[in-house]
Design a protein around this ligand. Structure first.
Ligand SMILES: Cc1ncc(COP(=O)(O)O)c(C=O)c1O
Length: 375
């Protein structure tokens, strides 16, 4: 796969590119990649489209096998078929989980946060408690200590994002165990958004699914995963909640009933092809992304006024831009031809997020523009 190949997304109604339509702004914001998905995905979609009946569709045995095989191979996690509940998106998933919380209970959301996390409690008409995380040793630290310091006794749900977006922290076994033990002691349900699980940038690190830690962890965890970030197919709308605890799974399914649509047939088809045949593509894309990460991080770190964090996972660099001395760093770079995600939407004004999942030439042009713009 030639990831250096320029990818013209004109005419595809791409959210990332249409946002700055008709303006010379290079979009390095929303989290999708400017790379073609694995060829096997395209082949499967084309093949399926040749049958002209697009009727109600079930997840196939092959799809279940693909998912279970992926969890075992990449995470040494033995998932059973009946634990898997298909949903059209991970955001849908954590909004369903927020609806499992009682009226007098609160939902903990560590910040900075992927913006839809900040809306979930309000959507469910529940109280949100934010947990301000800080940077320790160059990474955003999420652990038992910070939860202990901020969670009131009525907190009954923790919105955990692992690997952490923004910032790209890959939680260690010790950090995760501490969080799970604390939730066990306080009887807190864990919603573990692991959408970035496959995108590990650190050469030595490994993603550990929260539920795979122990039977006790699995009993109180709803894991949200998807092939969308991993294989660059977010527009296909297929994700899953993995829930071992049967009573919890039933509550989740009850909260979905009549509201959440079934996954569409192309979503199932794409997910199946990706999980079964996408392994070699994934290996190659990670090699390419790791090189882009090191290149982008090096250049950003050398720019006056910017303090980037080196992501251990995700293809997103989170950086402190307060040193620039401009009022609105996102607007500043946009005026200078680069579209980044505004940290204010993540609860961190003055910070920015840069998506480096694009051909090197595009990344280089964007970094050149940023370099010329900084004082
Ligand atoms: C942490 C996290 N969760 C969820 C999503 C989106 O999930 P979906 O498109 O499946 O709703 C993203 C996308 O960037 C994300 O970063």
């Amino acid at each position: 796969m030639d990831f250096d190949q320029p990818m013209d997304r004109t005419g595809t109604s791409s959210l990332k590119w249409e946002w700055f339509k008709d303006r010379d702004v290079l979009p390095l914001w929303v989290a999708d990649m400017d790379f073609a998905a694995p060829e096997a995905v395209t082949t499967a979609l084309v093949r399926r489209s040749h049958h002209p009946v697009y009727g109600y569709t079930l997840p196939s045995d092959a799809l279940y096998e693909g998912i279970l095989g992926h969890m075992k191979r990449y995470f040494h996690w033995e998932v059973k078929r009946e634990w898997v509940v298909f949903i059209p998106g991970v955001v849908t998933g954590f909004n369903i989980v927020a609806r499992l919380v009682g009226e007098a209970e609160s939902i903990a959301v560590p910040t900075p946060a992927y913006p839809p996390f900040l809306a979930a409690a309000k959507n469910a008409q529940r109280e949100m408690v934010t947990v301000p995380l800080s940077v320790e040793n160059g990474r955003i630290a999420i652990n038992r200590t910070v939860l202990e310091a901020h969670l009131p006794l009525n907190t009954k749900l923790l919105m955990l994002c692992t690997p952490y977006n923004p910032g790209g922290t890959l939680l260690t076994r010790e950090e995760l165990s501490g969080i799970v033990d604390f939730c066990q002691e306080r009887d807190i349900l864990i919603c573990s958004d692991e959408i970035h699980a496959d995108l590990v940038m650190s050469e030595t690190g490994r993603h550990i699914p929260t539920a795979s830690l122990s039977p006790a962890a699995s009993a109180r965890t709803i894991t949200l995963m998807a092939p969308s970030k991993t294989f660059n197919i977010p527009g296909l709308g297929c994700a899953m909640a993995i829930i071992e605890n049967e009573a919890l799974r039933t509550r989740f399914q009850d909260a979905m009933a009549g509201i959440v649509p079934y996954v569409n047939l192309m979503g199932y088809e794409g997910a199946m092809a990706a999980y079964i045949h996408g392994g070699p593509w994934l290996k190659e894309v990670i090699t390419y992304l790791r090189a882009n990460r090191d290149y982008a991080f090096g250049r950003l770190a050398a720019m006056a006024g910017l303090s980037p964090l080196l992501p251990e996972a995700t293809y997103l660099i989170w950086m402190d831009a307060r040193g620039l001395g401009v009022k609105d760093p996102a607007a500043f770079f946009e005026e200078n031809g680069v579209g980044l995600s505004d940290g204010a939407h993540f609860g961190a004004p003055g910070w920015l997020r840069l998506n480096f999942a694009c051909p090197r030439a595009l990344l280089t042009e964007a970094l050149d523009r940023m370099e010329r713009a900084v004082p």
